[in-house]
Design a binder for this molecule. Sequence first.
Ligand SMILES: NC(=O)C1=CN([C@@H]2O[C@H](COP(=O)(O)OP(=O)(O)OC[C@H]3O[C@@H](n4cnc5c(N)ncnc54)[C@H](O)[C@@H]3O)[C@@H](O)[C@H]2O)[C@@H](O)CC1
Ligand SMILES: [K+]
Length: 384
Amino acid sequence: MWSLVRKGRTTTMTCLLFTQSLLLTSNSLSLISKPSLSSLQPHHLPISNLSSAFFLNPIASSSISAFCSKPGRAESVPSMQSPESISYLTQREAAEIDETLMGPLGFSVDQLMELAGLSVAASIAEVYKSSEYSRVLAICGPGNNGGDGLVAARHLFHFGYKPVICYPKRTPKPLYSGLVTQLESLSVPFISVEDLPLDLSGEFDIIVDAMFGFSYHGSPRPPFDGLIQMLISSRNYDQTRHKSSVVVSVDIPSGWHVEGGDVGGEGIRPDMLVSLTAPKLCAKKFSGPHHFLGGRFVPPSIAEKYKLRLPSYPGTSMCVRIGKPQKIDVSALRENYISPEFLEEQVDSNPIDQFRKWFDEAVTAGLREPNAMALSTAGKNGKP
Ligand SMILES: NC(=O)C1=CN([C@@H]2O[C@H](COP(=O)(O)OP(=O)(O)OC[C@H]3O[C@@H](n4cnc5c(N)ncnc54)[C@H](O)[C@@H]3O)[C@@H](O)[C@H]2O)[C@@H](O)CC1
Ligand SMILES: [K+]
């Protein structure tokens, strides 16, 4: 919403934008005599109710795009199944389901891996928008969990992220070399463990932990012991930072016991866990803000055999959230923008032309629906 407020010789323009709606308040172009918010209220919610309302400088497109890309925004995927009511698999059950899918049920490993990796990328994109979290490091292990990471990185590339791959123990099977070739053909860089920066948060917004999945056992061997330590220490180190990289674990937080979780209490603490097929028992110990389920390929026969209670996937989505998203502090979403005074002469005399300028700015700033607006008018006395 924009309003021009006459103030002596000058006109003060206040721009209040909420949920991408533009609101012109004026008999022609929002010229009113009293710049009080209360005078606007017959047409709008009271300011205290406008949870996503911002004062902003309408000339500054960057302000508009800042509004469009609030960090950590999620939720086009619904869900909300209580974590207590869903099924968790033992390590043996997970391996058995794997064997059944790829045996009697006729799936191939690359098929399932493709769907698993796509689910991971889709879950990430639900929560961490590429406009704010573009720099991704995928750390991939030697098994299928690592393969999921390679696939996820490829999809993230196509979603607009900038992935970098650390894949220190390559598996010389055609499936894996194919995945590497696909990434290389997209010019996705590969980085060695030695070349990784000590401060991962300085270089990456998201770290995809695709080191180990449900076949992990024992203690991590090199170089993964060091990589896991890097994730842990980078997190500790970065607690003082304004923005540290987020860790997304694929299926299992690497280094955790598949059933017991982080038994020593010193393992990685991912921000997001994407369980595949069905969560494993360790996922009960996951306390991060974003738990998703992916791998939308479980046929009813498997679900029945293992008595799986899983949240249903909404629509055509490849992922579904488990549990409620963290409560959002609505007041923390609020941002104030100082609107500079400017002369009435600066406003185009033709309100349609002026509107067109502002509209073009909204389009240029990348608003999702720049044509969404509300229009209201005021009389010559400035009253609505
Ligand atoms: N339905 C399914 O079963 C599906 C499984 N997928 C993925 O496959 C994963 C399981 O894959 P895998 O069975 O290949 O196993 P993992 O990827 O869990 O890991 C196995 C590899 O890790 C190594 N390893 C195990 N313990 C280690 C340790 N302590 N230190 C160092 N290396 C160690 C093993 O030698 C082996 O190379 C799942 O977690 C999931 O991510 C998906 O790709 C597709 C669907
Ligand atoms: K993992």
